[in-house]
Design a protein around this ligand. Structure first.
Ligand SMILES: [Zn+2]
Length: 497
């Protein structure tokens, strides 16, 4: 008895010919169990089920190579606002603790946040995601369980770090390095990998996540590389996310952060560099020597480009095409809210056009390749990011039939430049349908939203107990408009004739 086969007949299908993506008009995709059987113009075999998608584009499930699966409660505060002395860094506004005070997320319903993040990723067409090591509160066990429940394909282990940020009594930022803490978190990540790698039909893949290059000692980098090599795992980390980090590295070692990674032997084809924005040659570093790009390119490491988060802080990659043309493998991440990779593709394209002052820069094809083949390459997964017989049945069906897309001349440009993640109609991971007709099939979207809102209120209401001097959330991050003040009702005597 053969497995149940599903036939998708669609207006457009992006098929992979073994070398590159190609557009099939009035095409079809057939899959059975977790594998794609056929991609092409027609299918003359049997099908147990047919999905008709007459105004839709069928694409490989999108791959986010950098995400913080959660509700982004800190990131929601720092748009248009935040401390100037942090040189545009976002997370440093809400992550550091102060002596004797609560952490920012102390009152967060952590499970509700993770569910919200996973639901958002699925809703917006992501089928594979690299989670940057959050959810350490129970050594990753809740994350592991929810990876199973959600149906998503996730690369994850609890983060590794030797560093911590603190606010002093005057709000000054301090960074504390502790080599033992680095060893402890690495051991914890390895224990997680040994227990959970390849769980849930292989949908949970372990990856060693160094939180920040800035907070990793040379010894920790070398140990992480060795532990990853022994297990055949990949490595990812934040690097070049902060201007401070760049200047601190340069002042203390004479080397850029990328050059330090090279010197410590961390780079390689199994490594994903999160952001890698403030490298030599970026105008904000005041260091115009861009050898970093050649170092990254020759190492075979990939960059996870998540443009929206950096752009909201007034910084940019400078540029997607400059990196790409130097031979760096580019992929796309969803670093901040909304976890919408289709919007991230658009930002990647538009910002690069401005950076390069060139309308031909970062075309839709290039950012689409980054969110599919680029992500698969970064994860060393030739069975992902493509619709081809033998590849995993990870598929997204995008509705281009509405006013949002309008008349479609080129569905890839319509996807990147007109659609949003909310145009995604159907998402299939490992042959299992997680979203159908824009509705989650395994989880209740309303419940997830209610729980995330409750959790957000609890965190934001408790802000004064987090802030180093007890200020309110509105004092630190002023709202866009002042609150309405209802005029007092007229006095009875005013109405007298
Ligand atoms: Zn990040």
């Amino acid at each position: 008895m053969s497995a149940r086969t599903t036939l998708i007949k669609a207006r457009w299908v992006v098929g992979f010919d073994g070398r590159e993506h190609r557009l099939i008009e009035n095409g079809c995709v057939v899959y059975a169990a977790d594998k794609i059987l056929h991609v092409g113009k027609a299918w003359d075999g049997e099908a147990s089920e047919t999905i008709v998608a007459p105004e839709h584009l069928v694409i490989p499930g999108l791959i986010s190579t950098h995400a913080h699966i959660g509700a982004g409660l800190g990131d929601r505060l720092i748009v248009d606002a935040g401390r100037r002395d942090l040189l545009r860094s976002g997370f440093l506004n809400y992550e550091p603790r102060s002596e004797g005070r609560a952490s920012f997320g102390e009152n967060e319903d952590k499970e509700a946040s993770i569910r919200f993040g996973m639901a958002s990723l699925i809703r917006h067409g992501v089928t594979t995601v690299v989670e940057m090591g959050g959810a350490v509160f129970d050594k990753g066990r809740t994350m592991a369980r929810l990876i199973g429940e959600s149906g998503l394909r996730v690369y994850y282990a609890p983060m590794i770090t030797a560093g911590d940020y603190r606010f002093g009594s005057r709000g000054e930022l301090e960074r504390i390095l502790d080599e033992r803490e680095g060893d402890r978190t690495l051991d914890e990540a390895c224990a997680f990998a040994d227990e959970f790698h390849a769980n849930h039909d292989g949908r949970l893949q372990a990856i060693l996540v160094i939180n920040e290059a800035y907070n990793a000692t040379p010894r920790l980098m070398r140990r992480t590389k060795e532990e990853a090599r022994r297990r055949g795992l990949g490595i990812t980390l934040h690097i070049g996310e902060q201007v401070w980090e760049f200047h601190h590295a340069l002042r203390n070692t004479g080397k850029t952060p990328v050059a330090i990674l090279e010197a410590e032997g961390l780079l390689g084809p199994e490594v994903i560099l999160g952001h890698c924005r403030f490298t030599g040659g970026n105008s904000m570093t005041a260091y115009p020597y861009d050898d970093d790009l050649d170092i990254v390119a020759s190492s075979g490491a990939s960059v996870a480009h998540a443009p929206l988060a950096g752009t909201r802080r007034g910084g940019a990659l400078e540029s997607f095409d400059r990196y790409r043309k130097r031979g760096i493998k580019m992929s796309i991440g969803t670093d901040t809210y909304p976890l919408d990779i289709i919007s991230e593709m658009r930002w990647a394209s538009i910002i690069c056009k401005i950076e390069d002052a060139n309308h031909e820069a970062a075309p839709a094809s290039a950012v689409f390749n980054a969110a599919t083949l680029g992500g698969a390459g970064a994860l060393r997964r030739p069975d992902l990011g493509r619709l081809q017989p033998g590849a995993k049945a990870d598929i997204a069906i995008v509705d281009l039939g509405g006013l949002r897309a309008g008349p479609v001349r080129d569905p890839i440009r319509s996807l990147v430049h007109a659609a949003t993640g909310e145009c995604v109609d159907t998402v299939i991971v490992d042959g299992r349908t997680l979203l159908r007709h824009r509705k989650l099939t395994l989880w209740d979207e309303k419940e997830i939203l209610c729980a995330a809102r409750r959790s957000a209120k609890a965190v934001w209401d408790a802000f004064p107990s987090y802030h180093w001097s007890g200020q309110s959330i509105d004092q630190v991050f002023p709202p866009s408009f002042p609150e309405w003040i209802e005029p007092a009702p007229p006095m009875a005597s005013d109405n007298a004739p």
